[in-house]
Structures are given as structure tokens and as C-alpha cells.
Design a protein around this ligand. Structure first.
Ligand code: G3H
Length: 541
């Protein structure tokens, strides 16, 4: 079958789906977690359709895979009260628990989570169309993230398990929790990016309300029991529904202490503005990006093409870190375009479970039409689709389109596409891509492709002041998760990495006393009798 033909016959009949990847039972979620219980819900629900369509006779339709609760303001406020009660202004069982005990709860959760791997991976494929390989990677990466977080917290705790004596003052300095944290993750990494804030928020002693992204809810369902069984009452709560109905009441109550949100800056701004006490709200935000790849005239073509393909098209380009615009030096533009298009056209289109599949259907309902509008706009303004199979649409599927030559007048030049459309801009003067980055609203990462150390060095120095990661002959990416992940301008607020995250969900707090005999006696007694969890020299082994 030719590739262009494949687009039109991409969706399988039910009987063509391998038995082991069929979703035999629909997930009709009728519960939410509140106050330590799995509360029944018999109100309205949101139906969930997979980006994967099923062919039946002459029709092709998105597969119905289940539903989840559409809660109202009433439940949302009950959930908030559950978290407030669990935290109890810092007096609660969870925030006053020792770090070692909290770690044990998280370890118990990981043990239970591991057993749900197959279910979660299957739902990642069906709910957001991520390939089997990437879905497995997302699950395993999340487990590793939790384990690394535990290890990082142990190191912090060990370093804090001693007293400091300075200028006649004895002190013990530790991390203390902040309160009630609202965690909201994105659809493209619904598990990993939600847990990248949820787990550090939890393990540092906060009470958490977590709202899964609109696309990517059901995959959390198999884990709800593990949450319920692993943590004290009210420490983990879940909320589902329309943002205006369930998130606005949380924010406007003024009782959310930390907002951890990965999504658009538009929504982040709305959420922040709903909070009546902005200076009390701490925000950890991962927002839009339009990372550029700069391909210099001496770039080594083979590796540049390889990194550009994975950089632009992993998970169909639906990564905040994706390369979303390529600037290529005029002198090698045609060579690069030929090789790049050949590589893009070699990618396999198909269903998430297929072997070696690269490009899969898109979960966002209006995405193919939006991408089409960006392509049409570029074509009207003089660009062409330069790869063979670019821009064909079949329902939720959009085949990757390479647009060339792209100019500043085109929408794709500045709009974040978050999908498989790749704008390529030829340049003569290096100031063209540099001023693009300087003038951009975003400032997450950049990739430079070239071989001359002097030229690369001269680009690194200004670029590190524009973005937060400069990748040399490598695609943009978040990982490894121990590296700091952040952005400037409208791309982020706060820094996440395994250890940074522990810092952002807690605050350095100390107990201090003048070094008098009386104080020495009091502190020694507390430590000896282990009557405080904070003031303690216990060392986690
Ligand atoms: O969508 C943004 C993700 O944090 C990107 O992570 O670079 O590891 O794919 P990644």
C-alpha cells in the first residue's frame, strides 16, 4: 500500500486489532477520591472517545472507551475541605509525620502502582494515542522519577539531620510543607508530568488535590485504589470536570497554597487571577514554547536530520520541548530539506500498538483542522509542503507536513503548533534566528547544529540568557529528569527537576535558640527522647 493510501486506510476494523491490545472493557469511572474514601458519583459524566477510530463497513468512528464524573462546585468544595482537614494548618498527621515515615507511604504506593503497568499503558495508548513504546517509557520513567525523588529526599533529610551552630545560635534547618497543593498536568504526558509535581508535593508533606488533564483521565483510574490505600485520609483527593465549575471555586476560595499547572499561559493567567491572595499563592508553571533549531552552514547533516526528526516529531510533535521551528543556513537549505523530507517520509504511520510506528492519531478534537489552517495560511503566503505525504487528513490523523520556505508573515512562524507541522526558515545572517529567539514570547530551549567550536561558543553565551537549555547537536528535551527543567518569559514559572521539585513544594524552615545552658538542655532532651519529628538527629539509612 502506498503511504498516501495508507492515510486513508489507517484505521483498523475491530477484528484487526491484536487481541492483547483490545480494550475489552470500557472504563465507566463513577468515583472520585475525597476524605480518604472512594466516593460514588451518579451525576453527569464526560464520555471519552479514543483518537483511534474503528472502521466498520463504510464508516470510521472514534472508539468510545468510557466516561468519568463531571463534578460540580459542591463536590469540588468538599474535596477542598478534605485537603484542608488533612493538612489542618500544618497540624495534620501527614505534615507532622517524619520524612522517613512519609517515604514509606510513597514506597507502598510505588509497589501498588507497578502492578498496574499494563492497564495504565493500554489506557495511555487508547486515550491519547501515544505509541506502545512511548507509553511504556512514560510509565517506567514515572516510576523512576518517584524512586529518584525518594532518594533525593533522603539526601536532603540526611544533610538536615544535624545542628548548625553559628554566632552563638544553635539551629536545625529543614524543609517544611506549604499547605494545600492543586496539581494539574497536561494531556501529552498525563501520567509523568502530573506525577512530576504530585509526588514531590506529597512527599514533602502537603495535602494534594489533583485534576487530571481533560484528555488523559481514565489512565489514572487504575491507580486510585493505590492512592486511597497508601496515604492517610484526605491527603490525596481527585477532582474531575469543567475548569469553570470545579477549579474556579478552588482557586477563588483562597485556600490553595500552591498551584502546579502544566498547560497554556492563558489558562494559568485565569487561574492565578481567581486567587484572592496572590502573594500567598505559589505557582509552579510549565507553559508554551516554540523551541528553535538553528542549523549552521557546517552542520553534520546525518545527525542533524536524525535529531531534527525526533525533535520535531516524537509523539507527533505534541511535546512542549519539541523543536517547533527550524532555521537552516541558506547554503545547505536544499540539501537539508531533501534529506529531512526523506527521513520524515520514511516514518511509519499507524495505530499506537503497531511495531515501529512513529506517527499516530491526535487526541485533541479540533487539532487536525487547526493544523490545516496553519498549513493553508503558509501556502497562501508562498510556502510549499515539501515532503511527499505531508498534510493529509483522515479524521483524527494528520500526516506530518514540512513547510518551506517559511517567512515571518506566516502564522506558523510564531504560533505554537503542538502537532506534526514543521516550518523551515532559510537564513543568511545568524542574527535572523537570534532575533527570532530574542523577540519571542517564549524562552524554553534551543538546539544548535554545527561543528565549529568557536562559532558554537559565540552562540552559547548570548543564548543561555534567552532560554534555559542550549542543546548542541541534540534535540530539545526535558530529560534526564535530574536536570533542571524550566523556561523564561511565557514558558515557565519555577524550576522542576527531581531535587528542585522537592524545593519548590516546601520552604526552608528552622528551629533556632541562643546557645544558653537552658536551651542546650531543652534541645538535648527533645532529641534524646525523640519527642519532635522536626528537631531530630535521626539519620535515614
Ligand atoms: O511536554 C513537555 C515535556 O516535559 C517534554 O518532556 O522532552 O522528555 O519529551 P520530554
Amino acid at each position: 500500500m502506498t503511504k498516501s493510501h495508507k492515510v486513508f486506510e489507517i484505521f483498523p476494523e475491530e477484528s484487526q486489532i491484536p487481541e492483547k491490545y483490545r480494550l475489552n472493557t470500557r472504563i465507566e469511572q463513577k468515583i472520585f477520591l475525597v476524605d480518604g474514601e472512594s466516593r460514588k458519583w451518579d451525576g453527569p459524566v464526560q464520555e471519552v472517545f479514543s483518537p483511534v477510530c474503528i472502521r466498520k463497513h463504510d464508516t470510521v468512528e472514534q472508539k468510545y472507551i468510557g466516561s468519568y464524573p463531571l463534578l460540580t462546585q459542591k463536590e469540588s468544595l468538599e474535596i477542598l475541605n478534605s485537603a484542608i482537614k488533612a493538612y489542618s494548618n500544618g497540624y495534620g498527621e501527614w505534615p507532622t509525620m517524619s520524612v522517613e515515615e512519609r517515604i514509606r507511604h510513597v514506597e507502598l504506593f510505588v509497589e501498588k502502582m507497578r502492578k498496574k503497568r499494563d492497564e495504565v499503558v493500554a489506557l495511555l495508548m487508547w486515550e491519547i494515542g501515544k505509541t506502545l513504546k512511548d507509553s511504556e517509557k512514560e510509565f517506567d520513567r514515572t516510576i523512576d522519577y518517584i524512586i529518584d525523588t525518594i532518594e533525593a529526599l533522603k539526601v536532603i533529610d540526611r544533610n538536615s539531620s544535624r545542628f548548625v551552630i553559628e554566632s552563638g545560635i544553635i539551629a536545625q534547618i529543614r524543609q517544611a510543607p506549604l499547605g494545600v497543593v492543586l496539581c494539574m498536568g497536561p494531556f501529552n504526558y498525563p501520567l509523568n508530568e502530573t506525577f512530576a509535581t504530585l509526588i514531590p508535593a506529597l512527599i514533602t508533606g502537603n495535602a494534594v488535590i489533583f485534576k487530571p488533564p481533560k484528555l488523559g483521565v481514565l489512565l489514572h483510574y487504575p491507580l486510585l485504589e493505590a492512592f486511597q490505600q497508601s496515604f492517610p485520609k484526605g491527603v490525596v483527593n481527585t477532582v474531575y470536570g469543567a475548569g469553570q465549575k470545579v477549579v474556579a471555586p478552588l482557586m477563588s476560595s483562597g485556600n490553595i497554597d500552591v498551584l502546579a499547572f502544566i498547560g497554556s499561559s492563558r489558562v494559568a493567567d485565569i487561574l492565578k487571577s481567581q486567587h484572592p491572595k496572590p502573594h500567598r499563592l505559589k505557582c509552579i508553571l510549565g507553559l508554551e514554547a516554540k523551541n528553535a533549531g538553528i542549523i549552521l552552514d557546517d552542520a553534520e547533516l546525518e545527525s542533524t536530520v536524525r535529531e531534527s526528526v525526533v525533535g520535531t516529531l516524537s509523539y507527533n510533535g505534541q511535546r512542549c520541548t519539541a523543536l517547533k521551528i527550524l532555521f537552516v543556513h541558506q547554503s545547505i537549505a536544499s540539501k537539508f530539506i531533501n534529506k529531512f523530507c526523506e527521513a520524515v517520509d520514511r516514518l511509519n504511520f499507524g495505530m499506537p500498538w503497531e511495531d515501529n510506528v512513529n506517527i499516530t492519531p491526535l487526541p485533541e478534537k479540533d487539532k487536525p483542522a487547526y493544523l490545516q489552517s496553519l498549513v493553508d495560511d503558509a501556502l497562501n503566503l508562498g510556502a510549499g509542503i515539501v515532503n511527499k505525504y505531508g498534510g493529509s487528513i483522515n479524521k483524527t490523523f494528520f500526516s506530518p507536513a514540512v513547510l518551506y520556505p517559511v517567512t515571518p508573515q506566516m502564522k506558523i512562524y510564531s504560533k505554537e503548533q503542538f502537532g506534526p507541522v514543521i516550518p523551515v526558515v532559510p537564513f543568511e545572517d545568524i542574527d535572523e534566528p537570534l532575533s527570532y529567539i530574542r523577540d519571542s514570547d517564549y524562552g524554553q530551549q534551543v538546539s544548535i547544529f554545527g561543528q565549529d567550536p568557536d562559532i558554537i561558543a559565540k552562540l552559547i553565551d548570548p543564548l543561555v540568557n534567552q532560554v534555559c537549555r542550549v542543546n548542541v547537536n541534540s534535540q530539545c528535551q526535558r530529560g534526564p529528569d535530574t536536570f533542571p527543567f524550566t523556561g523564561r518569559k511565557d514558558s515557565a514559572e519555577g524550576t522542576l527537576s527531581v531535587s528542585d521539585a522537592l524545593g519548590v513544594f516546601s520552604i526552608r524552615t528552622l528551629v533556632a535558640a541562643k546557645q544558653t545552658e537552658m536551651n542546650k538542655r531543652i534541645i538535648s532532651t527533645i532529641v534524646r527522647e525523640r519527642s519532635s519529628k522536626f528537631l531530630s538527629t535521626d539519620f535515614i539509612l
